[in-house]
Design a protein around this ligand. Structure first.
Ligand code: SF4
Length: 363
């Protein structure tokens, strides 16, 4: 197939659903790790198409949602420093921290600018040499190479006023942490598509080997996801879990060598604070010593109030896959996209936002 419409073909979709029905003889609990998959599944009504024996749970793969309040508070505190310009992707603006959000901080006079790429942030740094320009670096392995490239470019151009608040996170370590928590009894995982373009499918090999859980890397179109589910159900039925790729047009087992090199040139693994999970060793990235001068966390001292969580918000449980947005008492009542209580209602990849927008059956 060459065109995107072909991955949305209803006739082929029906055939894949029939294939899943034919294969499915026993319960299969599957988790889509990635928030982009959650949105695609909800938007296309994929859960409703699957046989009752195939259950789908959402995981922690929304970078905005998993960013801990402590880190959001830090970004807001940086925005209050005199002479600072904060640059961020738009999704972060409305995310509530303990006491405020970047949007509120902007209303109070903070110079906070939404950018579409790290190149935009570098441009702002070039144009404002008298200011400290901080890029809020959230994301997974998908985003890390472009942030790494921006740091290298800043070094090459001797841009002295560019900094990164490095909140990057890594998928395989948090998958292992979730499985080790033992809260989920999974049979299969729909592995993230965009992350796997960078890291390949090999980093998931430990999952079938150590946990007996099937893994299939999926793309984001409805047929990609149905194909991945069919492959997972087939593995579950055969009792032979392994790692497969249903997203061959984007992913190979080894990943993108150039992007991986860029990442490891600039970053090294470090602990990261995950909403609902806590601090997990080696599940994030920090700037290597050679590039530490770009690290906003080291360059600026900020005073932080004690961290608070929004009362009644169960984002943490949703991100661990143990609850769904429909379990939240605030969903659709107090918590709405216009007045989000937690990040899962803010982010375009958030489970609560996806359930709100596409899941009329829920809540
Ligand atoms: Fe948090 Fe709102 Fe989702 Fe409830 S509906 S878990 S309050 S984001």
């Amino acid at each position: 197939m060459r065109f995107i419409d072909e991955y949305r073909d209803a006739g082929l979709g029906k055939k894949l659903v029939a294939r899943i029905e034919q294969l499915s003889t026993r319960p299969a609990r599957l988790m889509e790790f990635c928030g982009g998959h959650t949105v695609a599944i909800m938007r296309n009504g994929i859960r409703q198409l699957l046989p009752p024996a195939v259950e789908m749970l959402s995981g922690p793969g929304c970078p905005v949602c998993v960013t801990a309040n402590a880190d959001i508070d830090k970004a807001i505190a940086l925005a209050r420093l005199p002479n600072a310009i904060i640059t961020t992707f738009g999704d972060m603006m409305k995310v509530p921290g303990s006491y405020s959000s970047l949007q509120q901080a902007r209303g109070e006079g903070g110079d906070i600018r939404v950018v579409y790429s790290t190149q935009d942030a570098l441009e702002i740094a070039r144009d404002n040499p008298q200011k400290s320009v901080v890029f809020i670096g959230i994301g997974f392995e998908t985003t890390a190479p472009t942030i790494a490239a921006s740091v290298l470019q800043a070094e090459q151009e001797k841009i002295e006023n560019f900094y990164v608040l490095c909140l990057l996170k890594l998928c395989p370590p948090i998958m292992k942490t979730l499985l080790d928590l033992g809260e989920l009894k999974l049979d299969g995982i729909v592995c993230p598509g965009h992350v796997s373009v960078i890291i390949g499918s090999q980093p998931y090999e430990f999952i079938p080997r150590d946990y007996d859980i099937a893994c299939v890397v999926s793309g984001f179109e409805p047929l990609d996801i149905l194909l991945a589910v069919a492959m997972l159900v087939e593995q579950v039925e055969k009792g032979k879990p392994r790692v497969e790729i249903a997203y061959r047009r984007g992913v190979n087992p080894e990943g993108n060598k150039r992007a991986l090199e860029l990442m490891s040139t600039v970053f090294e693994a470090d602990k990261a604070d995950w909403r609902g999970i806590g601090v997990v060793p080696a599940s994030g990235l920090k700037l290597r010593d050679k590039y530490a001068r770009f690290d906003a966390g080291q360059a600026f001292t900020v005073t932080l109030e004690p961290v608070r969580e929004a009362k009644g918000c169960i984002c943490g449980d949703i991100l661990r896959g143990v609850k769904t947005p429909a379990d939240c008492k605030l969903f659709r009542k107090v918590c709405l996209p216009e007045h989000p209580v937690g990040p899962c209602m803010v982010s375009s990849e958030g489970a609560c936002a996806a359930y709100y927008q596409y899941g009329a059956d829920y809540g």
